[in-house]
Design a protein around this ligand. Structure first.
Ligand SMILES: *Cc1c(COP(=O)(O)O)cnc(C)c1O
Length: 365
């Protein structure tokens, strides 16, 4: 088969989704499946739906358009706070969006009213991770102003943690969000449907039984796709960590010294690698490079394979431990982390293959 190739085991993704949905459901939390790391792949979204997710979220409108065009029937959430220039498309393509700027809410309001629609918004609060969201002190004034706008409805409050500042969801910050929700409801006389508080970093808190009751919505990508919570990257119980595999082919297999010969300067990417003299090694060159994937995020499936480095088009691996059992033309498999998955999905040079019941689906993308 063609290499390099990213296989997506849809049964495993479905299983992971079912495990995460069961955990969240038992704590009164609805799961929205996040497809941005797979560029809005419709087959992956369908696997998430079979696993029980209530809705689908993505950060890119191109991806949501792709999902809709493929006939995925669900509520779509736009994750990235909208650009002013994108509000028409947000209203057309999504059912609700995360928001933090009044100017954008005004533009959404105007766009929705032009279309005779009501667009639902979740107001994002920054609880310290320092990515998107209004500072808690400014939440009430934003909510007050938003409540006066036609064409939009405040559906809930949200926050996003563990993405930029690495701030972990705790009972304290989650309770704080719940308290803010109560204050907004009181002050504005409205009911908030959704308190959308967590991503894959919130699973530990849920499992520990410490998530406040008011939190009822989770936006989950990594835990479903890669089977890990994201505070320690701990493999989550009863999920697969290898639903996605990257397959590359051995182009050259030769014994070479482990130290470069001659006077040295920078490598192709301006780096200066430190080499360790381990004598002669059996080295393989694979057809996988930085134009295909974030090679730093790959873990070889075969423990005898050690990644030495990568250039645009080659991955250089030490396969001394596997000598005798591999040849030119063989494939080596790698488990991608989130960054590697995102980059491999985005690279047009990586072939994407959906698997069900251990077999490739006939229709490929
Ligand atoms: C990407 C993203 C998520 C999903 O995060 P995971 O860690 O993959 O579960 C949730 N919410 C927002 C706002 C995001 O951008």
């Amino acid at each position: 088969m063609t290499t390099p190739r990213l296989t997506m085991d849809l049964d495993r993704i479905e299983h992971n989704a079912r495990t995460i949905v069961a955990l969240c459901q038992s704590h009164g939390i609805e799961v929205c499946g996040v497809t941005k790391a797979v560029c809005g792949d419709p087959e992956v979204a369908r696997a998430m739906q079979r696993g029980g997710v209530a809705s689908i979220a993505d950060s890119r409108l191109e991806n949501i358009r792709r999902l809709r065009a493929a006939g995925i029937d669900t509520d779509f959430l736009s994750l990235r706070v909208p650009a002013v220039s994108s509000v028409e498309a947000i209203v057309d393509l999504t059912d609700f969006s995360l928001n933090s700027e009044l100017a954008v809410l005004e533009a959404l309001s105007a766009a929705a009213q032009r279309r005779g629609r009501v667009h639902a918004v979740v107001l994002m609060v920054d609880l310290g991770d320092l990515r998107e969201g209004v500072w808690p002190d400014d939440l009430l004034s934003l909510a007050e102003a938003a409540a006066k706008l036609g064409g939009i409805r405040i559906k809930g409050l949200g926050t996003n943690l563990a993405c930029f500042g690495g701030v972990v969801p705790t009972a304290e910050n989650m309770n704080y969000l719940a308290k803010l929700a109560g204050e907004i409801e009181q002050a504005l006389g409205l009911d908030l449907d959704l308190i959308s508080a967590i991503n894959s970093s919130g699973l530990e808190l849920i499992a520990a039984g410490k998530m406040p009751d008011r939190i009822n919505h989770a936006r989950i990508g990594e835990a479903i796709l890669l089977g890990r919570e994201t505070t320690q990257r701990r493999p989550w119980p009863d999920t697969f960590q290898d639903a996605f595999l990257l397959h590359a082919e051995i182009l050259e297999l030769k014994r070479k010294p482990s130290l470069p010969l001659g006077q040295r300067s920078e490598d192709a990417f301006g780096g200066l690698t430190q080499f360790e003299d381990r004598g002669e090694e059996l080295r393989a060159l694979l057809n996988l490079g930085r134009q295909d994937v974030d090679t730093a995020g790959l873990v070889p499936r075969n423990p005898e394979v050690v990644i030495l480095g990568a250039s645009s088009d080659y991955l250089v691996v030490d396969v001394t431990g596997a000598a005798g059992s591999i040849s030119v033309g063989d494939e080596l498999d790698f488990v991608p982390n989130y960054s590697a998955l995102l980059s491999a999905m985005t690279s047009k040079y990586v072939h994407k293959v959906h698997m069900r019941s251990g077999k490739p689906l006939s229709k490929q993308t």
